[in-house]
Structure formats: C-alpha cells, structure tokens
Ligand binder design. Structure first.
Ligand SMILES: Nc1ncnc2c1ncn2[C@@H]1O[C@H](COP(=O)(O)OP(=O)(O)O)[C@@H](O)[C@H]1O
Ligand SMILES: [Mg+2]
Length: 255
C-alpha cells in the first residue's frame, strides 16, 4: 500500500523548547491514522508541519513519495490536502452554504469565464453547489444551510469547518482535535461522519486527538508521541495495552 503523507525525523525548536524531536510517521492511502499524546507532547506542532503551516528545523516531508519539505501553506490544497483548526476558523457572518462553497473555490474553473458569467462558468457554479449540498447532506447540515454560522451551536460549527475542508475535494484531510469542546452526542455524530466520508468518499484521514476514546473508535493505526518524540505505534488494540502509553497518560492524570 502506498503512503500518501510521510514525515522523517522532524524536529522543531521554539527557543529552548524542543516541541518535536526526530518524529517519523506514515499515513497510508485510504486509512484513518491517529496521532495522540499527552498535553504538550508536540501534536499540534507536528500537525502544523504536516499541513505546511510550520517550517521544521530538521527532517523531510513527502507526499506520494515526492519531497514537499519546501512547500508553503498555500500549496497544501494543490497537493491534495485540507485541514481544520483546533480553534474554529470560519466566516461567522456568512451562511453555512457560503462557508462550504468557500472551500470549493479551487474548482471554480477559468476565472475570466467566471467574471464574464460565460455558460461554462455557470454550469461549473451549479456543479459546485450540487457538490456542496451533497457534503452538507453527508455531514447532516442540510437544515442549517441558510443559517449564519455564528448562530450555530459549537458542535455544528465544527461540522461546517469539516464540510468546508471536504469541499476542496482533498485526498487527505488533517483534523486537529475535532471533538475538543463537543458533548457526548456531538462526539458520537462526528465519529460516524469521519468513518462515513473515509469509506464513502475514500478520503484519507490524519486525526490528532488528546481524547483517546475517539481515536480508538475511528483509527486503523495510531502513533503516540510524548515529550516531542515517537513513543509507540500500532493498532488501537495494541496501543490500548501498551505499558509505555498507559504510563504517559497516567503521568498526565497524576499531574
Ligand atoms: N509557538 C510556540 N512558541 C513557543 N513554544 C511553543 C509554541 N508552540 C508550542 N510550544 C511548546 O511546544 C510544546 C509542544 O506544544 P504542542 O505542539 O502545542 O503540544 P500538544 O498539541 O501535544 O499539546 C509545548 O511545550 C509548548 O509549550
Ligand atoms: Mg494541541
């Protein structure tokens, strides 16, 4: 099986703090891969490196085995990647539908044809709307399409953010703590949705979570990092039994 995204020996330092120290991982095409670890382990930093938002001090990044180490954040979408943010990053004054359509803009076609409203551009626009509606349906946002995003409850805003990322038709989507701040019902819905778009749309997923239970339910394979280094990797069953992982999370509970 081929790897979609892979990193080798990534290190990132912030002043004297070593946030990532020699971390390597692989995300095979079609899989749901989790990255977990206690608070401060370096998850968000590594996630930002993988999504091209943070330049590493050392190490290499590959997409379909091609080096992308020098790519910039705006190359992410053209590489076939999309991401969400740990803190929601939406246009609150716009409707749900408009937010989803913003994600679809890379498929908007010839800009001149769009400005002139040529027939090709209009049919393209219709195709984008159709696609946005399909995604809204899958993410159970159909009843929210006309509402302003700022008026939606938190769990639904998280889903709109996911819908916007999916509208860019990525091959891989990177999710940073998608259920942080969600209640049990919202979390269960999001677990279903993540599994559904992985299976039905074939989107590969890299999921960063502090909450172990979601990761155990949705991931095919899990990497654990602690103090900025690789601590363990394996299937959910293997990770659940791994004494190093248990010790790392217990240590956090004691603190
Ligand atoms: N921009 C930054 N400047 C300085 N230190 C940072 C910065 N971002 C993260 N860190 C530090 O790097 C370490 C890893 O942080 P982070 O990647 O956010 O961990 P996690 O997401 O696993 O909680 C922490 O010690 C954190 O304080
Ligand atoms: Mg984090």
């Amino acid at each position: 099986m081929s790897n979609l995204l892979r990193c080798e020996c990534i290190s990132v330092n912030f002043g004297g703090v070593s946030a990532c120290n020699n971390i390597s991982l692989e995300v095979p095409e079609g899989k749901v891969v989790g990255l977990i670890g206690p608070n401060g382990a370096g998850k968000t930093t590594l996630f930002n490196v993988l999504s091209l938002f943070q330049m590493q001090d050392d190490g290499e990044l590959y997409y379909r085995d091609k080096p992308i180490t020098r790519s910039k954040p705006h190359h992410m979408v053209s590489h076939g990647m999309a991401r969400t943010f740990q803190n929601i990053n939406l246009f609150g004054e716009q409707s749900t539908l408009d937010n989803i359509l913003i994600g679809a803009h890379r498929h908007i076609g010839n800009p001149l044809a769009n400005i002139l409203s040529l027939p090709g551009a209009r049919s393209n626009e219709r195709a984008l709307r159709r696609r946005a509606l399909e995604i809204a349906e899958m993410l159970r946002l159909y009843d929210e399409l006309d509402k302003l995003v700022k008026h939606l409850p938190y769990g639904l805003q998280k889903r709109v953010e996911l819908a916007r990322a999916l509208a860019a038709q990525p091959e891989i989507i990177l999710l940073d703590e998608p259920v942080a701040g969600c209640n049990d019902e919202e979390t269960a819905q999001l677990e279903d949705i993540v599994r559904q778009f992985n299976r039905e749309m074939g989107v590969t997923i890299m999921l960063v979570e502090h909450d172990m239970s979601m990761v155990m339910k949705v991931c095919d394979y899990i990497y654990v990092i602690d103090f900025g280094t690789n601590l363990a990797e394996g299937t959910p069953e293997e990770i659940q039994k791994n004494p190093d992982v248990i010790a790392a999370y217990l240590g956090e509970a004691v603190e």
